[in-house]
Design a binder for this molecule. Sequence first.
Ligand SMILES: [Zn+2]
Ligand SMILES: [Zn+2]
Length: 111
Amino acid sequence: MAAAAPFRCDCGKIEGVLHAAPRKGLHLECFCDSCRAGALYCGAKLPVGTPVGLYLTQPENITIDKGAEHLRTFAFSPRGIIRWKAGCCGVQMFSSQADPGTPSCPSARTA
Ligand SMILES: [Zn+2]
Ligand SMILES: [Zn+2]
């Protein structure tokens, strides 16, 4: 049975729901430069050595109810992870693979 976890950006212009039971996805901690750079670029306070917390799931488990037009993407290389941020308030919202066939962040570990 899927649980619904509402989420929003910091300013509230973007709102949505994650429809997935916790055990249907994977909680990860990632220490890689790309994940850390993405978080820092979006203004997160991330002391040296601190991992980035991730929740890995399928795109169909996410519904954006409001403010999708404010979403912006960036990546650090042409085939790098696509990172989604809130254009309104700058907070990082999601990341996704440029190529769905590639594995997720290889240096992430299960949290
Ligand atoms: Zn990473
Ligand atoms: Zn916002």
